[in-house]
Design a protein around this ligand. Sequence first.
Ligand SMILES: [Zn+2]
Length: 289
Amino acid sequence: MERIIGKCGSGHKGPLLIFVAGIHGNEPQGLIALENIIKELEDGVHEKRGRMIALRGNLRAIKEDKRFISEDLNRIWSHNENLHDDVWEMKEMAELKSIINQELELGFTEAYLIDLHTTSAPTIPFVVTKEINPDKQLIHDIKVPFITGLEGHLDGTMLSWMCKKGHCGLAFEAGQHHSRTSMIKHESFIKLAMYYTGFTPSLSAEELKDLRIHLDDELMPKHNHFKLMDHYHIKQEEEFEMEPGFSNFERIYEGEILAKNQDGEIISKHDGNIFMPLYQKEGRMAFSL
Ligand SMILES: [Zn+2]
């Protein structure tokens, strides 16, 4: 399996788009979407400006259909590689960093790193990015809900590394791991990102409308920017259980019962929107407001 899914250059000045999928090895839909898009770009229907490159994340974990081998590849980007060379993912990260750094040396108008993910539970599509991101315009243009303020919870992510370099870094969560809908939402997000960054500037109104319909979800909230206000940390021995029926970004109210544990009910301290990450199985966070 190769690291590079494909590359596409135009010879014209423009943005640099770096797409990564499979940084978690058990999330195949982003990989399929990127393979499809690279094939379409090779057919050369659309005018292009700048460059794009599509990369596979954790090659060994993808082969073994596991989230990771020894450590989560999307939590180690702030580590010093020399101190952890017994961790398999350090090798994968070093290769990714080297390719991305080479691309960044080639010149561009703006650079974007877009990291494609899916989740174990169903969710509406959403973006995670940093509060300090040099360019959130792309996220506003695509009009998907996005969450910031996770700094301290999601340290060492690839997107943080890119933002620290002064470029746009974001993660897109399309939906559930093995749903075909997630692949379709990935494809639509990638194509809208290529359009709004100016890489493929000449999509027709009809094409744009179709992409929006495919990305949309009837449960999408009315506004787009969510900032983490509070969170609940599940302890290792805690018998934590969410109340059934919540969906991501659903409106919740102060005093509402959100979950239960061995001591009783866990109640919302705020009015807000619920955000149930992704990592419930690992017991790190359950809900945020
Ligand atoms: Zn993931």
